[in-house]
Design a protein around this ligand. Sequence first.
Ligand SMILES: Cc1ncc(COP(=O)(O)O)c(C=O)c1O
Length: 1001
Amino acid sequence: MNLKIWQDVLLSEWGITADLRQLEGEYDLNVLAETGDGKGYILKVMRPGCSGDFIDMQVQALARIKNADATLPFPAVVASNSGQSILELSDERGETRLVWLLQKLPGDCYARRSPKSLDLIHQLGLILGKTDAALKPFEHRFLERDFKWHPVQAGWVTDHLNAIRNAARKDLLAEIISQYHALLPLLQELPFQAIHNDVNDYNILVSGQLDEPRQISGLLDLGDMCAAPRICDLATAGAYVVLDHDHPEAALAALVQGYHATNPLSAAELDLVWPLLRMRLAVSVVNSSLMAIENPGDPYVTVSQAPAWRFLETTAPHPRIVAARLRCICGFPVSEGADRVMAYLDQHRGDFAQVLERDLTTAPMGSLSVEESLWPQNPFDLSSLEAARVGEEFKPKDAIWLGYYNEPRLIYTAPAFCKGPWKASDRRTVHLGVDVFAPAGTQIHAPLDGKVLVAEYRDGHLDYGGVIILSHETPEGDPFHTLYGHLDPEFITRLSPGDDITSGQAFCRLGDAAQNGGWAPHLHFQLALFTDGIEADWPGVADPDEMYLWRALCPNPAALLNLRDDKTSYQPTDKTKVLNGRRDHFGRNLSLTYADPVMLVRGWKHHLFDEWGRPYLDAYNNVPHVGHAHPRIQKLVAAQLCRMNSNTRYLHPAQTAFAEKILSKFPTPLNVCFFVNSGTEANELALRLVRAHTGQKGMVTPDHGYHGNTTGAIDISAYKFNAPGGVGQSDWVELIDLPDDYRGRFRRDDPDRAEKYAQLTEPAIAALQSNGHGVAGFIAETFPSVAGQIIPPAGYLQGVYRRIRAAGGLCIADEVQTGLGRLGTHYFGFEQQDVVPDIVVLGKPIGNGHPLGVLVTSREIADSFAEGPEFFSTFGGSTISCLTGKEVLDIVDDENLQGNARDMGRLLLDGLKQMQNDFPQIGDVRGMGLFIGVDLIEDTGLQKENTRLCSYVKNRMREHRILIGSEGPKDNVLKIRPPLTIDQEGVGMILSSLANILAEV
Ligand SMILES: Cc1ncc(COP(=O)(O)O)c(C=O)c1O
């Protein structure tokens, strides 16, 4: 297409000089005009014969919207030099065209953006609500026309169902259409107004990249505007928002909540959203099927239908549940009559027949919550033994105790509770009933008159066993239902649906573990306001992120037990309060990870759980070396706390046992150890030792190192002293280049790089010798971690140690990050470098979370230090510390965790390297075992550090429920350092999530 004519038009009519590019368009010519100063326009050259009214409607509507709310992201119409909005011009063939010009809005098309977060969708709802409010008084003759996308005239598709060949699909559409016809009278009674009517995913623009906030930056194309009830506009937008969304119902709820916030809807309108949404998709698939018949050669037509079919065929929540969800998110009662039922229950609290024939007000509560309870030990696998004993610690003398409503618990470990493919996927945790723990055989009485709706025996392990649902009615005729789970199934032969049960009647009794699904005997007592969509299969626990719906549909049943709601309702710790407390009580430089921080209250192996029981894969924390909450350590520490915990002034066999174990891992002459509290303290002690032994003070260390947070440790940590606001470099410290062969001055293509990096110690040594400090020693993280997970070239430390020792110095290996088997092929990093240090420092993992540091050195050096004052660290050699340290080392051996680090590390590194082929932003993948760095770069082909991408990935991984870190001088290296227990499933989750996230950018 020759655009020259339109370039001339733009100049002559609008005075704009611009480069033109044709955009996609079905009928009209749409041209992007860019002026070079960052401004842009869309020139719209309408198809020959296009109605002037059609354009005029849009021009007037855009003016109306701008007038009502200038913040709404609609393009402004640019008037020509002669002040006209629409021009009549001839094209190159002499045909008359209506031409108009719009400002170009920033952003990319929503359809191509990912992720489609609930926040973004909520924003769309807010904007659409405001748009419809702005359009309410708008009138135009062209609004009243009949066309295929008119939401109140969609019935035309009925006559074209033959365009759909597949019989099942045809039936599905017939059902959607019949539901639409049933609601048409309601729709027609609602007020009609001008609506956008085509907020599809190609008409929405989104701005914001990486760490910038995502914003709806444009709503386009008012060409399908018509007069219809506003709810149709929302339903149409909803039809596109749900497509291919991982959580379509939550996405719809976010949209509707946004709309309602700016343009309040009625509950009756909300009930129409779901059927109208489905009808819009039905119109869409029928329309494209007709087009496919007209254009049999165009594969695009069929492809474009795929998401709609995928949604219609696979997403089939009960319409009543969707309506309830939308009502709840907008603050309406979950159903008509729900408020009356709750008022009735509240009014009669205290008058209901006692379910256990006794007053429960004095019965104690027992928490099985994520925060307070230790059930189960393994949050991914509740054992049968545990299920049968759960909560036994709460059992009082009279044997009755109660379990909380709204309580997140980790005892629901069966696959049915997990909502995704991974162990750390979303999971249903929050209890929707009240439990009454009482002996098996206890009679259960109906709190009020009812009819049996369900009486079944569910024999699955950890299911309900015997379960009964009763239906009730308030005196005003509003229905509600109660569920009694974990019963003795003896009632099966007595009770049938429809049977009357009278208030106070003993209609069933509690089962024992053999009858009730395997649980400690208790009643699961739950209330539901309706059963459509949950029928006989009520969820007894819900996803914490969906509680806005489930709390409303299954409210706290306390009133029916004659109890106060607050007695039985659990409230996990409020994360915001903790966050505010931190701000109030701690210094500003106590950093917190993630834009939306996580609060973690339980752990198991390489997983952690927040206060609502949401699981996270821990791919970051190296401290829980043998896994979070290791049972052997739990048991050992708990038992020793009951005995005593003292220090090294007294003998205890644990001291020497730990020393023997740790020293068994070291080569000669490293045969003396010092126990301290942390890596910092161990490094601080190392400085004293090298000074005592050499009589010198000067230290050589690679740039960007970190060795701890005390004055002396900071002085040898360039990462801190050179940071903004840092104390700066001391004159007794000489920095040498980091041996980084990816970014440093000697790269992987240089076979002599190790020796060249090692040679850099020479000028450093000379400087210390000439400034009078002399050479006390050299300290390095064996594999620099905060510097970006660097693996030095082979031979590097040999070269450095040789030179330092020749100058009279000692060599300290800080193995806090690398020691104890993390590297897979080696127990310590210095082994991989084929050196024996003079002093080795251990920290973090050696206590698995218990504060512990160890320094190991030779007898000769220890003796030099012993010339000075006595050495004492109160907690360093405490009994519990020694027991813990030894146990950690034993577990690494017993569970072959070093071997696991080797195998899982290989899998992870191979997967990451493979991913490099697909994503140019992965500049380098490096590591050994489970010490891994992924260096992210700009996709320019150069090695420019991509700090923003790294921050984006880290935060998105957290949204995928994976904790990882970032490091490096430019903070562009993803740091992957999981507990050594990580398995193939965990590695798979990391690789799959990272690939998905990188594909978003
Ligand atoms: C290599 C290295 N050395 C020493 C330390 C200091 O250890 P701690 O924080 O236990 O005092 C750290 C902590 O991150 C470290 O990474």
